[in-house]
Design a protein around this ligand. Structure first.
Ligand SMILES: Nc1ncnc2c1ncn2[C@@H]1O[C@@H]2COP(=O)(O)O[C@H]2[C@H]1O
Length: 813
């Protein structure tokens, strides 16, 4: 806009130099002052206007609408020309130096000149009944001077009527009544500029807030690893984000029509609009739990918001105003935690995705936000305000609360006689329902004898990288801590246990890949990450294992899957209640795989529980049976030896693969191969000899000899047959040794492998098969050459001068 104005100013300066005021009128206006369609026949062009100061009216010079005048007008017309229909109160203006047209009444036009520099404006009026403004003009120096003088004069006059516009542009009002109210075009531009500045400032302010939200908010470990993986291009290449290709994602965008409806005021939304929005949102998990009536009333008042990845939507401790639904994208739920050193840090407890909702706790209980919500991916949110929420939602949440209460009542720990309704309500209010499966993993310390064995194993009992959120630093529990103190403090153990639950909604696969990315990160990031790690402890299985390896105690740990959490079971209850009393084997990890959990905070539990309730919990917890470390170790040993046995059997029956073979080839073996090769040469020579004999016999013609010859031929054929047989077998063995997957006739049974007793004939054939090549090749390429040579071995030459009888099969290829 500013550029445009600048351009116009330059143009008008140029026109100023010509000292010419040009006003062009062409198409006539109708009686309302609106411009009629231009018809050449009756249009007029007004040029070189004369301003009659006394009459305050404009007397244009009328020139005929000829071809020449039109051409000249076209040339002189600046870019800033505005044209179009005029109506009452329209202001046409191009820039501050231009003469503008203001239609105050139908058929009455006011001309306002606004000199650029001195800030003066001049209103002129003329009858614009049949006129249309087509051009721009400039105020002459002389005119400007006069205006200036007149302005000063007017200012000095005590009773003079003078108005000062908001934009600071003066409007000299004429004595005549019709010129009293004049809208100054320059003023409009000024206002526009002010508006632009305000908008710019607001945008900058928002940007600053957004920037703060990104940079000043400390990230949790989960956030950090997510952004490390999925924000850098390099990382994206390495980590394939399958979610980007999930079908649902393609459709999970609020369509344009819906965002348009959601952008309107609630009172402007029609019944059908609400129905359409309702149809769109049906199927969202947390939306579906409301009755249709509530859903419709929500649709009436929904607002729509897009939030970019990394933005903080809610901050813990803030006052709650809205209740949010996630239409697309996902968010992190972060709470504050305390680490071993007593430092506070943010920890991701959950990831909410499309269909989830958040922000109800603060509204329902009239408290501050209990957690911070940060955008994980770009999100589309729909939210209702506090008032609407208060009107429609509480019934639903009451129902949900009842369900939670019912569930708690079904548990032994929350017996009716000890836990009254109020207490249960208190628990349920804070409790979160979380989705996830619950495999229980435990860290097991291996003894020295098993340290060795473990290395031999080719599979570990650890589930996989999916098991990520691990409890740590169990050994550092301060055992002297008083029980009561522990109840109050959110101690390390509590944090540890909470971290177990953390695992339930995170994307473990991605987390697992984090380590690789960490290695690639720059120094600053490394430092940051180390700081983060020191706060939160390792968050991936890989990092935990690395830590275990590095630990100075020299102990060897493994992670064992010890079972599944069943319905109505409480996870590691005793250790959660009394961390200091818990045996060291309580290093248990809960791994999410698909069930629904209710998560009660230990702190809240102790806050609400009475003495009896605590005693009851204690009793229940004591009934919990965990396998001991010894039992686990025993089971592990058995498993390890079973694994070893299986491995050995497989090795023996399948034989060494190509890679292993290459590694295992010793000098001795190479020598053996040489010897075999020589023997195969000998065999070939014998074959050739036989062929020569056969030729000689054929040459002899007498009948006596013929019989002999026939016999010999028969013998030869038999020999040929046996050779081809040998070659066939040789092929098979060679292929088997190459570890090829051979289909149909090529398939070699395990009876042919080295693990089986060796047939002397086959042994001979083996000699042949390994004949060429291994000697002259570098070790690195041996296996390849080996395969080449073995395939060559399958094509050993046969006596070619006699056609092979049909009964001799060479169908071994
Ligand atoms: N552990 C959690 N799991 C999932 N959502 C949570 C958890 N803790 C808090 N929230 C949500 O985060 C919101 C933060 O604001 P509120 O306290 O209003 O309401 C909170 C819940 O909706």
């Amino acid at each position: 806009m500013e550029d445009h104005i600048q351009q116009c100013e330059t143009q008008s300066d140029a026109l100023n130099q010509k000292r010419k005021v040009r006003l062009l009128h062409s198409a006539p206006c109708n009686h309302k002052g609106n411009r009629k369609r231009e018809t050449r026949s009756n249009s007029i062009i007004i040029r070189e206007p004369r301003v009659d100061r006394d009459q305050r009216s404009y007397s244009p010079t009328v020139t005929p609408n000829t071809k020449e005048t039109r051409k000249e007008n076209a040339r002189s017309r600046p870019h800033s020309v505005m044209s179009g229909k005029t109506s009452s109160s329209d202001v046409w203006s191009s820039n501050n130096d231009s003469v503008s047209l203001y239609i105050s009444k139908p058929g009455l036009a006011k001309l306002t000149t606004v000199p650029n520099h001195c800030g003066l404006s001049r209103s002129l009026t003329w009858n614009a009944k049949d006129c249309c403004y087509w051009g721009s003009t400039t105020v002459t120096e002389q005119l400007r001077e006069k205006y200036h003088q007149r302005k000063l004069k007017k200012r000095d006059q005590p009773g003079s009527e003078r108005q000062r516009s908001k934009g600071g542009v003066f409007t000299l009002l004429d004595d005549e009544k019709e010129t009293k109210q004049v809208e100054v075009p320059g003023q409009a531009i000024k206002r526009f500029r002010t508006a632009v500045i305000v908008v710019k400032l607001v945008i900058r302010w928002f940007e600053a807030i957004t920037e703060n939200s990104y940079t000043k908010t400390p990230r949790t470990a989960a956030e950090h690893q997510y952004y490390t993986l999925y924000t850098s291009l390099e990382a994206q290449k390495l980590a394939f984000n399958k979610n980007l290709f999930v079908r649902e994602q393609a459709f999970a965008r609020v369509p344009k029509w819906a965002s348009h409806i959601l952008g309107t005021e609630p009172q402007e939304r029609s019944e059908s609009d609400c129905r359409r929005i309702h149809a769109l949102l049906r199927g969202l998990k947390s939306f579906d739990k409301f009755t249709e009536q509530i859903q419709l009333s929500m649709c009436k008042s929904f607002s729509y918001q897009r939030v970019k990845s990394g933005r903080v939507i809610l901050r813990r401790g803030h006052v709650g105003f809205n209740y949010y639904f996630i239409y697309s994208g996902s968010v992190f739920v972060n709470i504050e935690d305390v680490n071993i050193d007593g430092n506070k840090f943010d920890r991701t407890v959950s990831v909410l995705v499309r269909g989830d909702a958040f922000g109800e706790l603060a509204l329902l209980q009239n408290i501050r936000r209990t957690a911070s919500i940060t955008c994980r991916e770009n999100c589309e949110l729909l939210y209702v305000d506090k008032e609407t929420f208060a009107k429609v939602c509480p019934q639903i949440f009451e129902k949900e609360m009842e369900e939670k209460e019912q569930f708690l009542m079904s548990l032994r720990v929350f017996r009716n006689d000890i836990w009254n309704k109020e207490m249960l309500k208190g628990l349920c209010a804070d409790a979160q329902i979380q989705q996830g499966k619950c495999s229980v993993i435990r860290r097991l310390e291996l003894d020295k004898t098993h340290h060795h064995r473990k290395k031999e194993r080719h599979s570990t009992p650890v589930l996989s990288d999916e098991i990520i959120n691990i409890i740590t630093n169990i050994n550092k529990i301060n055992e002297d801590e008083e029980e009561e103190e522990e109840e109050e403090d959110s101690s390390d153990e509590e944090a540890t246990k909470e971290r177990m639950l953390e695992s339930m909604a995170l994307d473990y696969r991605r987390d697992g890949k984090r380590k690789k990315m960490e290695e690639k990160a720059d120094d600053n990031k490394e430092v940051e990450k180390k700081k983060l790690m020191s706060l939160t402890g390792p968050t991936t299985l890989t990092s935990l294992m690395t830590q275990d390896k590095k630990s100075k105690d020299g102990k060897d740990y493994i992670y064992v899957h010890i079972g599944e959490l069943k319905k109505n079971e409480i996870f590691n209850f005793y250790a959660i209640l009394y961390p200091s009393r818990a045996p060291p084997h309580s290093s248990v990890i809960l791994v999410s795989t698909g069930s629904t959990l209710m998560r009660i905070r230990r702190k809240v539990f102790f806050k609400i529980a009475t003495r009896e309730a605590k005693a009851l919990a204690n009793n229940v917890a004591k009934l919990e049976r965990f396998v001991t470390d010894e039992q686990l170790l025993e089971a592990y040993k058995e498993m390890a030896s079973w694994d070893e046995f299986k491995y050995r059997v497989v090795q023996e029956s399948v034989g060494p693969n190509k890679e292993n073979l290459r590694k295992k080839l010793t000098h001795h073996q190479i020598r053996v191969v040489h010897e075999r090769r020589e023997r195969s040469h000998k065999l070939l020579k014998t074959l050739e000899k036989n062929n020569k004999i056969a030729k000689k016999i054929e040459e002899k013609e007498d009948s006596e000899e013929r019989e002999k010859r026939n016999k010999m031929l028969e013998n030869l054929r038999l020999k040929q047959k046996s050779v081809s047989e040998q070659q066939f077998q040789l092929c098979k063995i060679v292929r088997k040794d190459r570890n090829d997957t051979v289909i149909g006739r090529r398939t070699v049974t395990s009876s042919m492998t080295s693990a089986q007793p060796v047939n002397p004939v086959l042994q001979e054939i083996r000699d042949v098969r390994d004949a060429p090549a291994l000697d002259c090749l570098p070790k690195r390429r041996m296996s390849r050459r080996y395969s080449q040579t073995t395939s060559l071995g399958a094509c050993l030459p046969l006596p070619s001068d006699k056609p092979i009888p049909s009964n001799l099969s060479l169908d071994y290829k």
